[in-house]
Design a binder for this molecule. Structure first.
Ligand code: PLP
Length: 433
C-alpha cells in the first residue's frame, strides 16, 4: 500500500529533520525505513519526447511534481534532492541546492547574479579561502570587491554604487566570532533597494557555517541567500565534504545553471550520509557541543595563562546583547554554538603567538581528546591557529585589520565529556612557561 501523504509541517523542526517528507517526490521509498542510496550517473528515458521535456524543464523547480524527471546526475538526482528538502526545512528556506564543498557553495552564492563590472561589498573578516576567492579570482573575472567592517552596519553605505549586486556577510565570522546585526543590515539594504530597479537590486548573502541552522536562521531576519559548508556542523561526523545554498524560488534558475555548468555537484553517496547521519542528528549533537563549549569557555576565561576568550555565550563577549538576539535555537533559546576563539597571555602579541604555538604543539603530541587539525563542528574537539593555516590568504597586517590576533587560537568543541577536554587543555596550558 502506498504511504499516505501526511502534513509534516505540524511537527517540530528537529522531528522533520529526522523523518523528512512523509511522501517524497524525490523517490518512492515507501517501503524503506531509511531511504536508499542511489548510484546511477545517468537515467533511462522512456522516449525521446521525455528526454526533450526533461531538458526543457532544467532550471525550473518541480514544485511538488510527483514524477521528477531525472536525466543525468549533474542535473539532479534523488539523494541530493532529499538532502536539499531537509536543509530547506532547517534554514526555513524555499529551496536548497547542494554543492561539492563549502567553497563551491561560496562561489555559486556570491557570483550567480554577477556579470563583468558587477561589484560586491564583503565583510572584512571571512574564511581564508573566501577571502582568497574574492581578492585573487574575482578581479580576474571583472568583479570588483570592496571590504568593510559590517559590525558597524552603516559602514557599507559609502561603498555602494549602481553596480553593487551583492552584500556578502559571514556571521559568526571565522575565526573571530564577530557577529553582524542582520536585522539592521537588511533594513539598510531594503531602503537602498526601494529606489533601485529590479536588475540593480542588492542581494544579501551570508555564510552561516559557524552557527549551523540550529543556532541562527538568517532568512528569518530577511537575508536573501544563506550558504553552508556542510563539511562542518551539518555533516558533523568529520567524514564528508559538501556545501549548500538556501534561498527563495526566484533564484532557483541561475543557481541551478551555475551548478550544472560549473559542475560542482555533491555525490549521491555523500548526500545520503549527510542526510541520514548529519542532518538527522543535528538536534543531538549541537546542543551537546554547545553545553560543552560553555563549560570549556568558562574554564579558559578563569585560567591565569589565558589572555582573552571570545565565546558568544559568555557575558564578557563584546557583542553579548547582539548574540542573544541573533543566535537562537528552534524553540527560541539562546544558542551560542560550539566555537571558541582565545589567546594566551604574552608580553607582546608575538609572544602570545609563541606561547599559543607551544600549547598547540603539546596538544598535538599529548592530548587524547583535543586534536590539532583544521575544520570544525565535528564530534571531536579540534584546535588550530588560523593565522598560519586557514587564514594565511590574509597578510599579517590584513589579519590584524580584520580583528584577528597574531596568537588567536580557534577551538571547535565536540561531544566528549567536557571534563576530559578541560583536563587536556589544562595540561597543555601547564606546559607553557
Ligand atoms: N565557510 C566557512 C566559514 C568555513 O569555515 C569553510 C571551511 O573551513 C568554508 C566556508 C569552506 O568549506 P569547505 O571546506 O567545505 O569547502
Amino acid at each position: 500500500m502506498p504511504l499516505k501523504k501526511l502534513d509534516e509541517s505540524q511537527y517540530s523542526i528537529p522531528t522533520q529533520l529526522l523523518y523528512g517528507k512523509s511522501v517524497s517526490e524525490a523517490w518512492d521509498y515507501s517501503h524503506h525505513v531509511i531511504p536508499p542510496i542511489t548510484s546511477s550517473s545517468t537515467f533511462r528515458l522512456d522516449s525521446s519526447e521525455r528526454g526533450a521535456l526533461a531538458f526543457g524543464a532544467l532550471g525550473k523547480l518541480s514544485d511538488g511534481r510527483a514524477d521528477p524527471m531525472y536525466v543525468y546526475d549533474r542535473m539532479g538526482e534523488p539523494n541530493n534532492l532529499m538532502l536539499e528538502h531537509a536543509l530547506a526545512v532547517a534554514e526555513q528556506a524555499e529551496f536548497g541546492m547542494t554543492f561539492a564543498s563549502g567553497m563551491a557553495a561560496v562561489q555559486a552564492a556570491s557570483t550567480f547574479l554577477l556579470e563583468r563590472g558587477s561589484e560586491v561589498i564583503a565583510h572584512s573578516t571571512l574564511y581564508g579561502c573566501t577571502y582568497s576567492l574574492f581578492t585573487h579570482w574575482f578581479p580576474k573575472f571583472g568583479f570588483k570587491v570592496h571590504m568593510c567592517n559590517l559590525s558597524k552596519p552603516a559602514s557599507f553605505l559609502s561603498l555602494v554604487t549602481p553596480q553593487t549586486r551583492v552584500l556578502y556577510l559571514e556571521s559568526p565570522a571565522n575565526p573571530t566570532l564577530e557577529l553582524l546585526d542582520l536585522e539592521r543590515i537588511v533594513k539598510l539594504v531594503r531602503e537602498l533597494n526601494a529606489t533601485r530597479s529590479e536588475s540593480e537590486r542588492i542581494v544579501t548573502v551570508i555564510d552561516n557555517t559557524f552557527a549551523t541552522p540550529w543556532c541562527q536562521r538568517p532568512i528569518s531576519f530577511g537575508v536573501d541567500v544563506v550558504l553552508h559548508s556542510l563539511t562542518k556542523g551539518i555533516s558533523g561526523f568529520g567524514t564528508h565534504m559538501g556545501g549548500a545554498v538556501l534561498t527563495r524560488k526566484e533564484f532557483y534558475g541561475p543557481l541551478f545553471m551555475n551548478r550544472k555548468d560549473f559542475g560542482g555537484i555533491l555525490s549521491p553517496q555523500t548526500a545520503w550520509h549527510i542526510l541520514n547521519y548529519g542532518v538527522a542528528t543535528l538536534g543531538l549533537r549541537i546542543p551537546r557541543q554547545q553545553a560543552n563549549a560553555m563549560k570549556v569557555a568558562k574554564f579558559l576565561e578563569e585560567h591565569p595563562k589565558i589572555g582573552q576568550v571570545r565565546y558568544p555565550g559568555l557575558p564578557s563577549f563584546p557583542q553579548y546583547d547582539l548574540a542573544q538576539r541573533m543566535l537562537k535555537d528552534y524553540e527560541g533559546n539562546f544558542a551560542p554554538g560550539f566555537m571558541i576563539y582565545f589567546s594566551l597571555k604574552g608580553k607582546t602579541p608575538d609572544d602570545s603567538k609563541v606561547q599559543g604555538a607551544k600549547m598547540m604543539d603539546f596538544v598535538a603530541q599529548n592530548s587524547y581528546t583535543v586534536t590539532l587539525a583544521v575544520s570544525l563542528g565535528h564530534l571531536r574537539t579540534l584546535i588550530e591557529h588560523p593565522g598560519s593555516t586557514t587564514h594565511v590568504a590574509y597578510s599579517a597586517e590584513e589579519q590584524i585589520k580584520a580583528g584577528m590576533e597574531p596568537g588567536g587560537i580557534r577551538l571547535s568543541v565536540g561531544i566528549e565529556n567536557p571534563d576530559d577536554v578541560i583536563r587536556d587543555l589544562d595540561q597543555a596550558l601547564g606546559s607553557v612557561s
